[in-house]
Write a protein that binds this ligand. Structure first.
Ligand code: AMP
Ligand code: MN
Ligand code: MN
Ligand code: MN
Length: 283
């Protein structure tokens, strides 16, 4: 599957390349099948598609949905990202994304409000300027960058660690739809549901396995393979869960342009023999 990247961001969410620039960059390095998967928005797809037609690559419609799940025994709910791919009839998903955008816009204001007593500044106007005034595109990445620019922290990671990650004072949970509802809406749009980066949620191994099982039982289609730099044992655990539940695999770099310069477009892990790529199901 060299030449496939099914998880990327543009400046419609927290990437730095425009959708057109992203497609051009993908084409230049030999990617033939690219999905644009911005956070809770498909607003970049039309521009990306127009550029993909010019570049002669296949642009797969996509979006990374902020969802949540919980274990029945506990009250705690956990955030999870579900990548939706290849929607043939996007109307149901667009209706869900309209709600997601309202949540995202309101949450950005809430986070900035919580930051006021902690930093002595209201950074909301500067944050909003980063997204051309379109508040429903604001991610915590934009808030972290603004905190750096204001000299309130030295690096974006420090903004997360000090203020805006889970457990910190300016953390606001993204109260999105549950796993089952998210998958149902993706299927109602004739798309595929992919569990994004299962090893990147700060979950115990037990909870990662529980999440993958729950995702499979909820009708999910494929699991994203961990990046090659993660420990082999982590990859093997994910491979075992994929096999045990008859899931397909997806591959994506989670490219964010200059916001995460260490992530290279098209840098995806190898699939194991016997694993079925979700991209084989695209039409
Ligand atoms: P949001 O959807 O607004 O919660 O923003 C999520 C984005 O913030 C993710 O896609 C990452 O790009 C970034 N992010 C989330 N958690 C962290 C973290 N602990 N450190 C650095 N970046 C993070
Ligand atoms: Mn992101
Ligand atoms: Mn994600
Ligand atoms: Mn992502």
């Amino acid at each position: 599957m060299h030449g496939v990247d099914l998880h990327t961001h543009s400046n419609i969410s927290d990437g730095t390349l425009s959708p057109e620039q992203l497609v051009q960059a993908a084409s230049a390095i030999g990617i033939h099948t690219l999905a644009l998967t911005d956070h809770d928005t498909m607003d970049g797809l039309a521009a990306a598609e127009a550029e993909a037609v010019k570049s002669g690559i296949a642009l797969i419609s996509g979006v990374e949905i902020s969802s949540q799940w919980s274990r029945p025994a506990t009250k705690k709910s956990y955030g999870v990202h579900i990548v939706a791919l290849n929607m043939q009839h996007p109307a149901p998903l667009l209706a869900l994304l309209a709600q997601q955008k309202q949540i995202r816009a309101a949450r950005a204001r809430q986070i900035c409000d919580l930051l006021i007593p902690l930093t002595g500044q209201d950074i909301y106007v500067d944050v909003t300027a980063k997204v051309d005034g379109i508040a429903d595109r604001i991610t915590r990445t934009h808030i972290a960058k603004t905190l750096v620019e204001k000299g309130l922290v030295s690096r974006p990671q420090q903004a997360f660690d000090k203020y805006i990650k889970e457990g910190k004072k300016a953390y606001v949970k993204f109260d999105g739809p549950g796993l089952q509802e998210t998958i149902q809406v993706i299927h109602a749009s004739a798309g595929f549901a992919v569990l994004a980066h299962p090893t990147r949620y700060d979950l115990s191994a037990t909870n990662i396995r529980y999440l993958i099982e729950l995702f499979a039982q909820s009708g999910g289609d494929a699991v994203e393979l961990p990046p090659a730099l993660e420990p082999l044992s982590t990859r093997q655990m994910v491979d075992r869960m994929i096999a045990a539940h008859g899931l397909k695999v997806s591959v994506g770099s989670d490219f964010h342009g200059g916001n995460m310069p260490w992530i290279k477009l098209g840098n995806i892990p190898q699939i194991k023999e016997g694993q079925a790529g979700i991209w084989e199901s695209f039409r």
